[in-house]
Design a protein. Structure first.
Length: 644
């Protein structure tokens, strides 16, 4: 696990650009504190910041060049089957100087070229420089666990693990208005776009081939992997196959956990007390009895505290458990640290919890296993059960859907059991009249399109049947993001959309950015490629019904998990935003968000809309206004840091 960066330029004044690679690499020190190095060559530079996990020897440092001197690699990630691949390479006549997966990856490219991607099991983002062909080959893993961003113009392509590294180069910065609109809608900006024009995210399962000739760059993007899903496969399974499917699932999960325990440094687990992290911890403890687990508790906020369930898991497995009890003061201080760490607007407030947990865990281990991916593969979110109920409605669903006017009058927020239930009823009623595709898009975000549109001075949605150029761009992007979901798509199409939209752009980005801020590697056993393929062959009846989410996952491991984990309300990894916005963070809001002069001088947001959010935030019925206020604060703090 590391940080990588690099640049190729054919610009006549490219030398000054190449020199900035040193500072770009230094900006990734938190990702790789063990060693930093930059290679300069002709019109190209490659930088690497190393977090040593496998083969701690200095010979495994990067950039790594093969014995012939033709190929050089910078690599972020882990290849779990590198020992098996190494044996194949040795049988083909290759010899190795290190015990690292890095060298295996380099030799695999020499042997197979781009086709070697299909043989890799792991998570990665890397770049290989071929001196003879004058070519860069850049690739990202199947599910998007590791990030890769790049800047491109006529003469230059620069890439990095994080946007902040690219911002060390003097590239022009101009806000992408469509990305900003999408951010207000979703709380994050999906690949391939970023908040800035000409800066891009490489999508999961994609690669770039960069060639240069006659002072021009040629960049070719290819998709080398997509989640294997065919609706016909669902019909091959029936309820009679359920027990057999449970056996297969148990084998896949165990094998995946076992592979992810390979490391030359201490490994632990995140243990939230939910089903996913609990089963990962349980299996890890069986495979490695001395493994330690880490849980976060909020004694000042009982509504958000789930350590009771984590303790039950630790007791049953016998695993050594660390509980990090976070006070109100700790959380407020961490909010400021999180705002400073973000290099792109990202408003999933649970990032603060991940950052707090990672900071503590890193004091004990360098690697931690998490349960990310289970909700997207097996249907674990509240919206998944709501989707199921709207597909098979009873009188209850029809009644809730038709009483939208009543729910809208009740106080709603995320800060208490009753108000959170009202909030969910409001969202359910919103989706009641919509088709599957429109309902998915509504439930995917915090704001409705009309609400996000109202916040911007330059509107995206049509006025008098006319659509602006930005509006056309937004429609095109939206259609692309929803490309796997038809108007009345299947339930697995909904999960597939989550796995390609929410998972890489929200959940995995959050975990990577906040854990690597503290040099901690997170591994995700439930996103093993074989497990993913298996999950999308299962019919909906194996995953969700009226009363249970992640049915097959829960049933399969019921004999090893505490009974108390079952049939309890799911809580997200949330923070008490409303209380903070109304209290200790109010001064920040007043300074950065609710300042009319600043807002109008900036020329981005509609002051009237901002003013209405301020009024609702401090009312008796705040709804989701705290989430929107946080999104605006995150943007303004980012803007002040990177655009002023």
């Amino acid at each position: 696990m590391c940080g990588i960066t690099g640049i190729i330029t054919t610009h006549p004044n490219g030398t000054s650009l190449l020199k900035r690679t040193e500072s770009a690499t230094a900006s990734l020190h938190h990702r790789g504190p063990d060693h930093q190095q930059v290679l300069h060559e002709k019109n190209l530079a490659l930088g690497h910041a190393r977090l040593s996990i496998i083969d701690l020897d200095t010979r495994a440092h990067q950039p790594m060049t093969d014995t012939s001197g033709r190929y050089t690699l910078v690599f972020n990630g882990e290849i779990y089957n590198f020992r098996e691949l190494r044996q194949n390479c040795e049988q083909a006549g290759f010899s190795f100087r290190t015990e690292s997966d890095t060298e295996v990856l380099l030799v695999m490219y020499i042997m197979h070229g781009a086709k070697m991607l299909e043989k890799l099991q792991g998570f990665f983002a890397f770049c290989i420089y071929d001196r003879e062909e004058e070519q860069l080959f850049i690739a990202r893993d199947r599910m998007g666990i590791k990030p890769l961003v790049y800047y491109q113009d006529e003469h230059t392509l620069a890439f990095a693990s994080e946007l902040k590294a690219l911002l060390e180069f003097p590239f022009e910065r101009q806000i992408d208005k469509v990305s900003l609109f999408t951010y207000l809608k979703l709380n994050y900006i999906p690949a391939p776009h970023t908040i800035l024009q000409s800066f891009h995210k490489l999508e999961p399962g994609h690669s770039l081939t960069v060639r240069w000739q006659d002072k021009t760059l040629q960049v070719e993007k290819n998709q080398w992997y997509q989640i294997p899903y065919d609706p016909k496969n669902e019909k091959e399974l029936s309820v009679h196959d359920y027990k057999q499917s449970q056996k297969v699932l148990k084998r896949f999960v165990r094998e995946s956990v076992r592979k992810r325990l390979i490391a030359d440094v201490p490994v632990g687990t995140f243990l939230s007390g939910g089903i996913d992290s609990s089963l990962i911890t349980t299996i890890a403890a069986e495979e490695k009895p001395d493994i330690e687990s880490f849980s976060i508790g909020f004694p000042d906020y009982p509504f958000y505290d789930e350590t009771h369930f984590a303790k039950l898991v630790a007791k049953k497995t016998g695993v050594k458990q660390h509980i990090i009890e976070v006070t109100r003061e700790d959380m407020i201080a961490n909010a400021e640290a999180t705002l400073n760490a973000l290099d792109e607007p990202f408003a999933d407030s649970s990032a603060m919890n991940v950052k707090l947990l990672s900071e503590y865990v890193r004091k004990h281990v360098k690697v931690a296993l998490s349960g990310d991916g289970g909700d997207e593969l097996f249907g674990g979110y509240q919206k998944h059960q709501a989707e199921y109920r709207l597909r098979y409605p009873t009188l209850t669903e029809h009644t809730v859907g038709r009483l939208a006017a009543i729910w809208d009058r009740l106080p709603a927020s995320r800060s208490g059991t009753f108000s959170n239930t009202v909030r969910q009823l409001q969202k359910f009623a919103d989706g009641y009249q919509l088709n599957v595709r429109d309902r998915y898009w509504r439930w995917a975000g915090i704001l409705k399109e009309e609400q996000a549109n109202y916040f911007l001075k330059e509107e995206m949605l049509p006025r008098e049947q006319r659509l602006s150029d930005h509006g056309h761009d937004y429609k095109k992007r939206k259609d692309h993001l929803l490309r796997h979901l038809t108007k009345n798509g299947s339930f697995n199409e909904v999960l597939l959309s989550d796995a390609q939209l929410v998972l890489p752009n929200d959940m995995l980005f959050k975990v990577d950015s906040m854990s690597m801020a503290h040099s901690l590697e997170i591994r995700t056993p439930l996103l093993d490629q074989h497990l993913v393929k298996f999950a999308f062959r299962l019919p909906v009846m194996f995953k969700v019904n009226n009363t249970i989410k992640k049915k097959i996952l829960q049933d399969t491991f019921q004999d090893v998990l505490p009974a108390e984990l079952y049939n309890r309300p799911k809580k997200g990894f949330e923070v008490p935003l409303l209380e903070w916005m109304q209290g200790p963070l109010k001064s920040q809001l007043m300074e950065h968000v609710f300042d009319q002069n600043k807002t109008e001088d900036q020329g981005i947001f509609n002051w009237k809309a901002v003013q209405e959010i301020q009024k609702r935030l401090f009312s008796s019925n705040p709804g989701d206004s705290a989430s929107t206020a946080w999104a605006l604060l995150v943007f303004q703090r980012w803007y002040n840091k990177y655009m002023s």
